[in-house]
Design a protein around this ligand. Structure first.
Ligand SMILES: Nc1ncnc2c1ncn2[C@@H]1O[C@H](COP(=O)(O)OP(=O)(O)OP(=O)(O)O)[C@@H](O)[C@H]1O
Length: 302
């Protein structure tokens, strides 16, 4: 029994001679909200297009719910809904008409459109021209269109790009509802960790086409060990004293030094060590690097 909605095996992709995706092994668990993160140009959209079979490689190794996309193309595509780049919306039609047109094409009952308008919070704006929708409303209509065929898996490429804080919260809540109440698996790309970490259960971090981290959000947080921040009257001498005792100095800035520590007792020992060596300790406390900085650290290393 395969527990992954998406699996890729050593996926690679070139545009001409430029390597865009390198040996990418994505594992997106069923039922997860998988935050696919990376700076601009990292290869997120290209990967999503490969997952949707819009771009193909000579040796595609993409499995959707355990099925090889090349040998089970239609079956795989039926399981997927997507929002990539701009949603395909007709501005001169209302939100409801946009959905009904697509439903007609796909042979889906009309009542499904009303259900979806409600689900994405566009009930009140159903009869308004979509051209007059805000960016956030357009994105939500795009998600409703992607949901028409009732796919198990949604691929959303930067759905919150350009949205104001309210629009971002609405999309975030919608994704949580879709995963928790409707058992959808969602892969959502972003270049901002802060936007994803509140929603995602799993994270994959990509840069220059290579996967740098993949795991549960808690595993990413565990990488984020807190540091002990100390301010003294003589930071250089303090560093020497600490280093002689084998304590690892993480970094220093103009006023403070940052080091590793184990627990509260250890903090007291470090303080005592400095004081007994004649150092005046002005301040000592723990500090967590925020996840955004951790993300920058990870992506700047390759
Ligand atoms: N059609 C194309 N022809 C040539 N190069 C391309 C093409 N599409 C994308 N690229 C290049 O592939 C790389 C990855 O682009 P991609 O759009 O997948 O990144 P991304 O992570 O989605 O970035 P963004 O957040 O900016 O959308 C970039 O260097 C881009 O210039």
């Amino acid at each position: 029994m395969n527990n992954f909605a998406i699996q890729t095996v050593d996926l690679s992709y070139n545009f001409g001679s430029q390597v865009i995706i390198k040996d990418l092994n994505l594992n997106v668990p069923k039922g997860s909200i998988y935050g696919f993160l990376g700076p601009n140009g990292a290869g997120k959209t290209t990967t999503i297009k490969i997952l949707l079979n819009l771009l193909r490689t000579p040796n595609d190794t993409v499995f959707i719910f355990g099925k090889d996309i090349n040998t089970h193309r239609i079956e795989c595509l039926k399981k997927m809904g997507s929002l990539v780049e701009q949603p395909a919306i007709y501005g001169h039609l209302t939100g409801k008409e946009n959905l009904r047109n697509r439903a007609l094409l796909l042979g889906i009952r009309k009542s499904k459109c009303d259900e979806l308008l409600k689900l994405v919070g566009l009930n009140d704006a159903a009869n308004k021209k979509a051209g007059k929708y805000s960016l956030g409303m357009k994105q939500r209509l795009g998600i409703a269109l992607a949901l028409l065929s009732d796919p198990d898996l949604l691929l959303l490429d930067e759905p919150t790009n350009g949205l104001d804080p309210n629009g971002i919260i609405e999309i975030r809540n919608l994704m949580i509802e879709l995963a928790e109440k409707h058992q959808k698996t969602i892969l959502v790309s972003s270049h901002l960790l802060a936007e994803i970490e509140k929603t995602a259960t799993h994270i994959g971090i990509i840069n220059k086409g290579a996967l740098l981290f993949q795991g549960e959000v808690s595993e990413l947080r565990n990488l984020n060990k807190p540091a002990l921040k100390i301010e003294t009257n003589n930071n250089n001498l303090s560093i020497q004293i600490l280093a002689q005792k084998g304590i690892e100095i993480l970094r220093k800035d103009t006023g403070s030094i940052y080091l590793t520590y184990q627990d509260k007792t250890n903090i007291a020992q470090i303080n005592a060590l400095l004081v007994t060596n004649g150092i005046d300790v002005y301040g000592i406390g723990t500090e967590n690097k925020d996840l955004e900085n951790l993300f920058l650290d990870i992506t700047s290393k390759n």
